[in-house]
Design a protein around this ligand. Structure first.
Ligand SMILES: C[S@@+](CC[C@H](N)C(=O)[O-])C[C@H]1O[C@@H](n2cnc3c(N)ncnc32)[C@H](O)[C@@H]1O
Length: 249
């Protein structure tokens, strides 16, 4: 009972976070507007479109995609986009959106009072992303490699982030892009202390983990706001980075 409440609560929070109108997510005009549209900004502010132009068969993978908004954004850059997440309910929602372009849901106003709305995707690209359930720490071995791998706010939710990071040299094509965003919110509830990538020095520890296979190309601060109810919000600042996969040696 509690689990299903918890997962419905999270599902509606993430549908709103990814697809809500600005005034639904943040109904206060003096609230932090710079935290809106995070799953769009991780893609638009970090993907280098110039280096993709020569490829007709470009492929992108969004790991820990939740309900899928960034995967839909990636279709503007790559012909084939896949999104994966550990949560079956998030993937079911993303698949519904890919099939039907809209999904009705309710979000919390206050107490047990909800507002009905619809998540909608409008895509200019011909192909929709495909979505599947997978564990980022042990991705299927037959995925192949990608021009873009995107993972936003994922690493500090994993039981062993190194297991995910160690797969990246094989997942990103030589010359391809790795887009990471993380607020480094290390919590023992998700990641045992001995698996944290640093503490106070996480940015440099992450760079150590990714070298020598990746070279840092861009770094941006990406604030985000998640609405819990009309008067309660989480505000965090993710560190957004783009890394270029160096040539194999
Ligand atoms: C903080 S949310 C971020 C979601 C989305 N990328 C975003 O930026 O809104 C973390 C996501 O990682 C997923 N997740 C947690 N552990 C995972 C794992 N081992 N493998 C794949 N996804 C996982 C969760 O289900 C959730 O969708």
């Amino acid at each position: 009972m509690e689990n299903s409440y918890e997962s419905n609560k999270l599902l509606s929070e993430y549908l709103l976070f990814h697809y809500g109108d600005d005034d639904e997510v943040m109904p206060w005009s003096d609230g932090p507007q710079n935290g809106l549209r995070f799953p769009v900004r991780t893609v638009q502010e970090l993907v280098d479109s110039n280096s993709l132009k020569s490829s007709n068969n470009s492929r992108a993978l969004d790991v820990g995609c939740s309900v899928g908004r960034s995967a839909f954004e990636l279709t503007a850059y790559c012909k084939e986009v896949q999104g994966c997440d550990l949560s079956q309910s998030f993937i079911d929602a993303a698949k519904s959106l890919a099939e039907r372009s809209e999904l009705p849901y309710k979000y919390l106003e206050e107490g047990d009072s909800y507002k009905s709305t619809k998540a909608k995707v409008t895509s200019s690209s011909i192909t929709s992303p495909t979505f599947f359930v997978a564990d980022a720490c042990s991705l299927p071995s037959n995925l192949g490699d990608f021009d873009i791998v995107h993972a936003a706010n994922l690493i500090c939710r994993l039981p062993d982030p190194s297991l995910f990071l160690n797969q990246l040299p094989n997942l990103v094509k030589s010359g391809g892009q790795l887009i990471l965003a993380t607020p480094f919110t290390w919590l023992e509830e998700y990641t045992p202390r001995d698996k944290w990538i640093g503490s106070g020095d996480s940015e440099s520890k992450l760079a150590q983990c990714l070298s020598p296979f990746f070279k840092l190309e861009q770094k941006v601060e990406l604030p985000f706001v998640i609405r819990e109810h009309r008067r309660k919000f989480q505000y965090s600042v993710s560190l957004g980075t783009r890394w270029r996969r160096t040539d194999d040696f």
